[in-house]
Ligand binder design. Sequence first.
Ligand code: SF4
Length: 425
Amino acid sequence: MATRRVTRQVSVGDQRVGIVKIGGDAAVSVQTMCAGYTFEIDRCVAEIERYAKAGADLVRVAVPERKDTDALREIIPQVSVPIVADVHFHYQRALESVAAGVHKIRLNPGNISDRDQVNQVIDACRERSIPIRIGVNEGSIIERRDKQKRAIELGKYFAGHRSGHLLSIMIAKLEEYLEIFESRNFHDVVISAKSMDAGLVIDAYTEISRRFDYPLHLGVTHAGTRDSGSIRSVVALGSLLSQGIGDTIRISYASDHIDEVRDGVELLNCLALRQRKGVELVACPTCGRIQVDLFTLVKEVERVLMPSIELPIKVAVMGCIVNGPGEAEGADVAVFAGDRRGIIYVQGERVANVPEEEILDRLLAECRAFEARVKAGSATLGQKLVSIVPPDPIGELGSGRALIAQGKVQQVTLPAYTRQGDSNV
Ligand code: SF4
C-alpha cells in the first residue's frame, strides 16, 4: 500500500448525526445512494437507516422535484448519518436542499453550467459550511445541447482515442468548473470522475490526483449488477486506494444497494483502511478431498454468524486437514471437516468433534462463548495460531526445510512504490 495522498479536508454532517470528515487524514468513508423516491418520507428514512446499519457513513438522495426537497426537512431529523442531495438540472433544488438542512450537495457540471446559478449555490453552501461534490461522469460529459459541439466531441470520441479523448474532456470540464469555485474562494469541494470503464476510472483519478489537492470520491458508475459490477469496481477502486488515491467511495450496482455498502466496507476492510466489525470468514474452495457439504455449511455459517457476532473474530471453515491448518493459520475459531464430521478448534485448542449436522450450532456456540471471553478480558483476538500438524509430506523436496534450518532464508525487501511522473524519486 502506498502512502495516502495528502488532500484538503471537508466536514460533512452536524452535531446530531455526527461529522464525517473526507480527505486529509480522515478514514476513507463509504457512501451509497437511495434507490427509492425521496418524497416517500417514511420509506426513505427506513432505506437510509438500513444502509447506515450496514456501514454507510453517508447516504445520498435524489431531489429532482420540489416535493423531494420539501421531504428533506422531515427526513434529515430522523436519520443517523449525514445526507447528500444529488442535484441535476435545477439549481433551485440545491438551494432548497441547503435551506432544508442537507449536509452536502452534489452538482454535475454537465447539467448545471450557468455561472450565476452555480455562484448562488456556492454562496448558500458557504453560509452553512456545506461542502459540494463536483461529479464529472462519463455519461454527462459529452456536450448534449449544442449539436455542433456534440458532433465534434463525439467525432473525436469515436475516432480511435476513446479513453484518452474522454479523459481530456473530463479534465478540461473539471478545470473550467473548478475555476468558478476557486474564483469565489470556495474550497469545500470533493471531486469525482466516474466511468463504467475501470481503466478510464484509474487513469482519470490518477491524473486528477496529480492536478488537484481536493479530496476524491471514487466510483465506477453504471457498473451493472453485483455479478458484473463487483469485479469492475474492485479492480478500479482497489487499485486506486492501494496507490493512496481516494477519500470516500461508492460502489454502484443495479441491484439492492445494501450490497454496495457491504462490498464497499469489505473492500476497505481488505485493504486495512477500516477496522473490521463482525466475523472475518475464511473458507476453503473445496476439492476432491471433501467429505461434507461445505458450500451449504459456509453459507449457513455466514448467514448465522454475521448478524450474531460483533467482534472481528476470524473464523475458518475448512474442508479437510490436508491444507486446512496452514490456510486457517491465525483463525480464532476453526472447523476442519472430515468424514461427515467437523473438528472445532478455538485458538488452537480442540474443543469438539461433532457430526456434520451439529457443526453449525456448535460453531456458533463456540464463537459466542469466545466473544464473551474476549469482552470479559480473559481472551484476546488473534493471539494463538491454529496448531494442527497435517500429515507429513513424502520426502522434503521443495519444502525449503534445509535452507530454513541453516538460516539461509533471506528477508525480501520490496522497492518503495513509485508513480509515473513522480519527481521526488
Ligand atoms: S482444505 Fe482440504 S478440501 Fe478444502 S480445498 Fe484445501 S485440500 Fe481441498
